[in-house]
Design a protein around this ligand. Sequence first.
Ligand code: CDP
Length: 784
Amino acid sequence: MTIDEVKIGGLGASRKRVEDDRFIRGRGNYTDDIVLPGMLYMEILRSPVAHARIKSIDASKAWQIPGVRMVLTGEMAAQRNLAWMPTLSYDTQAVLATDKVRFQGQEVACVVADNPYIAKDGCEAIVVEYEQLPAIVSPKQALAEDAPIIRDDKEGQTGNVCYQWEVGDKEATDRAFAQADVVSRMKLHYPRSHPSPIECCGSVADYNPATGKLTVYMTTQAPHIIRAAVALVAELPEHMIRIVSPDIGGGFGNKVPVYPGYVCSILCSILLGKPVKWSEDKTGNLISTGFARDMYFDGELALRRDGKILGVRFHADTDQGAFFSDAQPSKFKIGLVHSAFACYDVPVGHITARGAYTNKAPGGVAYRCSFRVTEAMFFQERLMAAAAIDLGMDPVEFRRMNLVRDDQFPYRTPFGFLTDSGQYHKCLDLGLSAIGYEAFLQDKAAARLRGRRLGIGISTMTEPLGAGNSREYDILGIKMFDSAELRVHPTGKAILRTGAKTQGQGHETTWAQIVAHELGIPADDVTVEEGDTDTAPFGMGTYASRSTPVAGAAVAMVARKIRAKARKLAAHLLEVSEEDIEWELGRFTVRGAPGRGVSIQECAMAAYGNMPDGMEPGLENNAYYDPPNLTWPFACYIVTVEVDPETGVWDVLRTVAVDDCGVRINPMIVEGQIMGGLTEAYAMSNMQFITFDSQGNCVGSNYMDYLLPTAWETPGFELHEVVTPCPHHPIGAKGVGECAAVGGPAAFVNAVMDALSDTGVRNIDMPLLPDRVWEAITTGQDVS
Ligand code: CDP
């Protein structure tokens, strides 16, 4: 009898998330839930100003407060060579400021005490004398000739440029522009945004002076990278470091970098020989941890009169803040921004990019995004919308003409990527029919006659998920593969561990489904563990929607290794040669005699009690997976809106999403990922604004100013699916976690701009707050 794969929770089953049992019962185990005997508490003193020389730090009063155990300053950290640390992007970052503070909220000192309140009192008792310097709050200011040098700590640093990068063929692109009938230009700013996870960052460092072992419980999306970084920075032997990343209340990229708070808690634990806990508060998180975006684009498309794209070129200036500290693959200084226009047939292109240091918290973190892909896709789709207007063409026809056709795969983009699969036109057509494109255009025209402003916005994109193959992708020299280890116990139950680290994405549910698909072991019989470097195989962690493309592939591969051994055991049990064994889900049978068979569970028992002569006992294995390529999901998002011309307020009428992420492991989880991404996309386009005044004060470091969308504001989403299996992934899956957050913002903005199409306004920078939209309507001018 064959096993029903959906019943055992295999591929394609909308299995309920197993992790949610503990979350909804309040039994999650987050970093702040960790309490160790004798534990002390750490608070950080942050700089109130954005740019200043430190004249003096007087900590004497803090030391006198009863219950204060340690006041750590940069000077003390420097004695242990820890005042500065390397970043994941080959820069350096101050752990505790010694010479200058370079952004508001920078870590200046920290206090360890018997409880967090005393530690906070201790921070308040520290007197720091600052000599204020002019603050720089934009790349334009930073790159001006007479700008003060922010990173004067770096030898040979003569200005505020932190990197320059270029890709593509400049000469060929210039030729394409010389031949163009129409050149369409777009200048825009993708503003700063903040991943803003519900749980802030934190750590509990526990150095045991007797054994020399350091255990750190912490909020990290990439525990193994942290272990390597701690080994290098703190000069501790790597085998004596254990990083445990327990439940994480949302990461979104915010929990990839190494933060000074982690390092300080470790240093204080080593110095005191006691466990030290650091729990960041909301303001601390919003003001100092990794920001996203803050990128200025200026670029153009070369077009033939009939709408064919001949070439693309653009320049991007990024505001990196005071330290270049977010993670990028080493080779790509500005992440994967050159994946822009990958879904279109563009013959040539050229990109230049420049990063600037400013007096802001370190930025550029990949917030639900594969290393700046969100910015790239937003610029791409805003430029596409503007070009259609310049050509006087329907935006759908313009896209249809230029989208890569199914018969063009594998397709090499002008910037060197190889997209390998997709049905772009099918997705677009499905989206258009779902929204009722033609009927909406008629409604829009009729509404305009009555003074109402309706608009429709389209965004189509493919993005590179699953960094990446070891030829091209590494962080700090460590290649970006991933791993899985599977142990099948004698009774056929199993434990799976991977090098990824879930932060709410549901890996405990979906990885077990891959095992069920490969082995026929019910998903409920498979425990999934991630995040403990003492037990999990080495992996590069979870960000950039890389888990399914890389760790998920490793899960399938290790299960296949187990199946190969189980086949030998089956042959032994059935007393036939291995060649005569056939596989059906969960069971081996004898060729020609399907009634004679053994289950995978019987094979598991035999692995421990009845193995053939010469066979190593046990049914365990591991797999390291180095993906041959990135995976390339495709998405088409279509939004309709109505803009109130009196107030600038806009309401979403409908949002249609068509996602092709290849084979879906768990359709329900995939839909949840898309809805979450669309919610973030809506928030970015509509309400999220974290900005800085001319002094470098962070305006918006609280949730009264920095708005998170609630169920009240969030519109409904209509989801549709196309499946084009990934040709190189063992189960045909592509990543999906960030697609909607990446492709969604342009659909919302394009819809509002379409509603304003008769005003002559070309662009309003996000967020499209009512006052900005109103200003555009009333002045007929762009708003940036
Ligand atoms: O790396 P991250 O987990 O953030 O992103 P992902 O690999 O795109 O996966 C997000 C969630 O969606 C995971 O639980 C995946 O297993 C699930 N997923 C799926 O069920 N089918 C896919 N084709 C892709 C992801």
